[in-house]
Design a protein around this ligand. Structure first.
Ligand SMILES: Nc1ncnc2c1ncn2[C@@H]1O[C@H](COP(=O)(O)OP(=O)(O)OP(=O)(O)O)[C@@H](O)[C@H]1O
Ligand SMILES: [Mg+2]
Length: 238
């Protein structure tokens, strides 16, 4: 009898024994240690952990902005280690939305232009882009500020602009480093709602680094980073 083909539900993101060390004056410093992680489409995972525990380093590895010292990262079945810089840039443009700890908005562009840019770089249709940008600006309460430049925005407005920009090209994976760090409770709720509902509707996986227990509690899964080691919340460290 022919055997049934093995059902393979490929995770959207897969990390296999990922480590990153930095050379310091006193020898190597292990910022990320043997991280294993699988993320399904539409799943939201929160990572908490002390300052310096390796959270941003891990996010940079997943975004292909940095390479691991050892281990393997697969996004949508693509091995990041097999790509050159141009390939990594393309992968980011097409599949990843990034909200950095310090927004990185372009000061010479307006809010709307900042939001639209990644969509253009990903080659999305202009008409769709325009209507998506309007919807995102409205959802972020930024429509009245759409033609302003970033330096005239409040910290919370900049953060909301960065989130809208990260979602415009409909990424498969949204990576956010402290996306609600500078926001008051209401704005934080607003940003989180957008970061959770829209991706869930579209099957986008979300990885949020946060210091906030309330933010983490809204994720499907909570993980804690301790000295570069990633564990489920509630599991004591060594
Ligand atoms: N390029 C680098 N060279 C050397 N050390 C680095 C480098 N990048 C990060 N580190 C070190 O790795 C450790 C983890 O840094 P990381 O930025 O990942 O922490 P974090 O968990 O994001 O902290 P925070 O909550 O403050 O943002 C820190 O001790 C940091 O100094
Ligand atoms: Mg950080």
């Amino acid at each position: 009898m022919p055997t049934e083909p093995e059902e393979s539900i490929m995770p959207l993101l897969l990390l296999e024994g990922v480590s990153r060390s930095f050379q310091g004056p006193q020898g190597p410093f292990h910022a990320v240690r043997d991280v294993r992680l699988a993320l399904s489409p539409g799943e939201c995972v929160a990572i908490t952990g002390r300052s310096g525990s390796g959270k941003s380093t891990l996010l940079n590895l997943i975004a292909g902005l940095d390479a691991p010292t050892s281990g393997r990262l697969l996004l949508d079945g693509i091995d990041l280690g097999a790509l050159n810089d141009a390939g990594l840039t393309r992968l980011r443009r097409e599949k990843i939305g990034l909200v950095f700890q310090f927004f990185n908005l372009l000061s010479t562009l307006t809010v709307r232009e900042n939001v639209v840019l990644p969509g253009r770089l990903a080659g999305r249709n202009e008409r769709e882009l325009k209507s998506d940008a309007n919807a995102l600006l409205q959802a972020m309460d930024l429509s009245p500020r759409a033609d302003a430049t970033p330096e005239t925005l409040s910290g919370g407005e900049m953060q909301r602009c960065a989130v809208a920009r990260a979602l415009i090209h409909r990424p498969r994976l949204l990576l956010a480093d402290e996306p609600t760090g500078n926001l008051d409770t209401r704005s934080a709720e607003q940003v989180l709602d957008l970061m959770l509902t829209l991706p869930r509707e579209r099957g986008t996986a979300v990885l949020i680094v946060t210091h906030s227990a309330e933010v983490a509690a809204r994720a499907d899964r909570q993980l804690v980073m301790r000295d570069g080691v990633l564990r489920p919340e509630g599991v004591p460290g060594e």
